[in-house]
Design a protein around this ligand. Structure first.
Ligand code: UDP
Ligand code: MG
Length: 379
């Protein structure tokens, strides 16, 4: 981000608009009333709305601390917000919808959370005191699914109850030197994944029904959100790690079969003994590659010695082997599924178990252990 902050402006609030002419006056008035005790600027970023939104907004800018940006070359919620950040002068940056579904009256509580030390303060529908007005069950289920998906793909969103919130503030430093290039309209995810925030706080609010104007969000924006999730998950999540883990597993299978042939054909061992020895060596092969490659970044923070990790890795593999047998028996013997399909599902189950057990145990960071113990003691 390129803009300079001005010391006398504490908060820049960005509101993207498209055909919001009916909401502009109440938005500007309610924001101003809510923030009367604070120094702030409201930055309206309008995508050249045909209904005259930007002209009306500009007519208010003599009376209120209001800046209006009209974009003609680009459209879309995500890039509009980033354009607003670029022009913003405040120490704290924030985003709010212009249609008043985000009640401006909650902003002071968000700003106070920042003053109290939060790097990011999120308006949250999903913590106690928060809520959603007038959503159908279908919309709630879709929203819940999107949230669950986000939690699976993005480790940094897991501790947040409302990671898809569109109402949030953050300290300018969080995105210092960071290039924000959101693919979808969930800008908060971009800030959480790419920015440097350590303390995040959620403040409850109720998402209101739209009273004036109509929704502009298209199915295309929802698809962009999924693309965005995939991209961010690729950057920070465990997708890449899982692919590495599977690659190592495949190399282990090669080592296993090669050695088996060698021990039987060249050395002349009994087949059963050769199977056991080559199996164990292939596990050591996998351990070494995972230690040096898949979990390389976790080595420094993981507890214990290499030997203790090697033992844990062996135990996890033993668990994976048992899961493989159990799932195969269940599918093949009990449900009569074709044996190749049964074993394919069994292998996948064992791989997933191996991956997550190693991630959460073998290469688990020591401070994660300390945190887990602490929360156990608090219960
Ligand atoms: N918006 C925008 N450009 C777009 C779509 C939406 O600036 O292409 C603005 C819109 O004016 C509103 C906010 O983004 O201030 C949220 O959009 P909307 O209310 O249409 O979404 P919904 O609440 O229905 O999900
Ligand atoms: Mg809306």
């Amino acid at each position: 981000m390129t803009s300079q902050s001005a010391p006398n402006i504490e908060l820049s609030l960005i509101a993207p608009t498209y055909n919001e002419i009916e909401n502009i006056v109440p938005l500007v008035e309610r924001v101003h009333k809510a923030l009367s005790q604070y120094s702030y600027e409201l930055v309206i970023v309008d995508d050249n709305s045909p209904d005259g939104t930007s002209e009306l907004a500009k007519s208010l800018s003599a009376e209120y601390p209001l800046k209006v940006i009209v974009r003609t070359s680009e459209r879309g919620l995500a890039s509009a917000v980033v354009a607003g950040f670029r022009e913003a002068k405040g120490q704290v940056l924030g985003v709010i919808d212009a249609d008043l579904q985000h009640p401006p009256e909650v902003i002071p509580a968000l700003l106070e959370a920042i003053r109290a030390g939060a790097d990011v303060a999120i308006g949250s529908r999903y913590i106690s005191g928060g809520g959603i007005e007038g959503w159908s069950t279908k919309r709630r289920v879709i929203s819940g699914g999107a949230k669950a998906f986000t939690h699976i793909l993005l480790p940094s969103a897991r501790k947040i109850q409302d990671p898809l919130s569109g109402l949030f503030l953050f300290k300018r430093e969080v995105v210092d030197g960071v290039v924000l290039a959101p693919t979808g309209y969930k800008i908060l995810l971009e800030v959480l994944v790419k920015g440097n925030a350590s303390h995040i706080s959620e403040v409850p609010y109720t998402f209101k029904e739209r009273e004036r104007g109509k929704s502009n969000l298209t199915i295309r924006e929802e698809l962009n959100f999924l693309k965005h999730l995939g991209r961010l998950g690729w950057i920070e999540g465990d997708i890449k790690r899982f692919i590495k883990f599977c690659t190592v597993g495949a190399s282990g299978a090669g080592v296993n079969l090669g050695l088996l042939a060698f021990f039987v054909e060249v050395v002349g061992l009994y087949e059963t003994l050769a199977v056991v020895i080559s199996y164990e060596i292939s596990i050591l092969n996998n351990f070494i590659w995972n230690e040096l490659w898949t979990f390389r970044d976790k080595r420094a923070s993981a507890g214990g010695s290499v030997l203790s990790r090697a033992i844990k890795f062996n135990l996890v593999s033993l668990g994976g082997f048992s899961i493989n047998l159990a799932v195969f028996a269940l599918l093949f013997n009990l449900f009569g599924v074709f044996y190749i399909i049964s074993e394919a599902v069994a292998i996948l189950s064992a791989m997933l178990w191996n991956f997550f057990a190693n991630l959460k145990w073998t290469w688990r960071a020591r401070h994660e252990e300390a945190l887990a113990n602490q929360s156990l003691q608090e219960k």
